[in-house]
Design a protein around this ligand. Structure first.
Ligand code: KIV
Length: 272
């Protein structure tokens, strides 16, 4: 087990690479708004991901495909305003980087300029290497994302574990090496077998941050709504719930409703 070895006043992309070299695990959580991001930052989480999972948990869409670049910039701007220490990484949404490298660069520049975030994340390997190169060349740090890449859900057909077959595992290993070679500062591996994820983490010098990828990687990420237990219906095997906010919030809201209806709220001390 690794423990924090160095106090980082502010997390940078270099801090993350140093953490891996020093065998220190990296913590990452999503946030999409000011209030949540402030709590996450103050709790000491290293990286805040403004994920396109906002499409699911904030907007109620079934997939991450509908969220737009403008939406992502809105969420990222609100998160950045709350931050003192964490590194803020923002997902480039579906449709904002796949068609050509120039468009990818334009999208990344808009995120960096308009939100003040510190890095962007893109899903995919060799297929998007020219876009990654172009963004990196402009001085924008890039985090990769391999394995289950939700923006390709209609190609996969399901959200099941990826790279169980030899051919897909080989391609994933090659893509991880490529992303490192291109200059990505870190890589998310989503829903792949733990043994494969560990092999990938050992094969590259940049940190590998897992979600449903076991404990042999360099850090972990979860969607904050999932780990706080906001939605009882989402129960993947990889998820550990650290709270049951759904129950706590429901009870609080029911109590408030009851007190308003009965005339109990507000009392004499709760008025002017
Ligand atoms: O959008 C997101 O929240 C993500 C994480 C699941 C890694 O990409």
């Amino acid at each position: 087990m690794s423990v924090a070895k160095k106090q980082y006043k502010r997390i940078t992309v270099k801090s993350l690479v140093d953490m891996k070299a020093n065998n220190e695990r990296i913590s990452m959580l999503t946030s999409y708004d000011f209030t949540m991001a402030k709590i996450v930052d103050q709790a000491g989480i290293d990286v805040i991901l403004v994920g396109d999972s906002a499409s699911n948990v904030m907007a109620g869409h079934e997939t991450t495909l509908p969220i737009t670049l403008d939406h992502m910039i809105y969420h990222a701007t609100n998160v950045v305003r709350a931050i003192n220490r964490s590194l803020v990484v923002v997902d480039l949404p579906f449709g904002s980087y796949q068609s050509d490298p120039k468009e990818a660069l334009r999208s990344a520049i808009r995120i960096m300029k308009e939100s003040g975030a510190h890095a962007v994340k893109l899903e995919g390997g060799s297929e998007i290497k020219d876009s990654i190169k172009r963004i990196l060349k402009a001085g924008i740090p890039v985090m990769g994302h391999l394995g289950l890449t939700p923006q390709s859900i209609y190609k996969f057909g399901t959200y099941t574990v990826r790279a169980k077959e030899e051919a897909e595992a080989e391609k994933l290993k090659e893509d991880a090496l490529l992303l490192e070679k291109l200059g990505c500062f870190a890589l998310v591996l989503e829903k792949v077998p733990a043994k494969l994820a560990e092999e990938v983490a050992k094969s590259i010098s940049i940190p590998v941050i897992g979600i449903g990828a076991g404990n042999g990687v360099d850090g972990q990420v979860l969607v904050i709504h999932d780990m706080l237990g906001m939605d009882h219906e989402f129960n993947p095997r990889f998820l550990r719930r650290y709270a049951d906010l759904n129950t706590i919030m429901t009870k609080a809201i029911q109590d408030y409703n009851k007190d308003v209806k009965s005339g109990d709220f507000p009392n004499e001390n709760e008025q002017y």
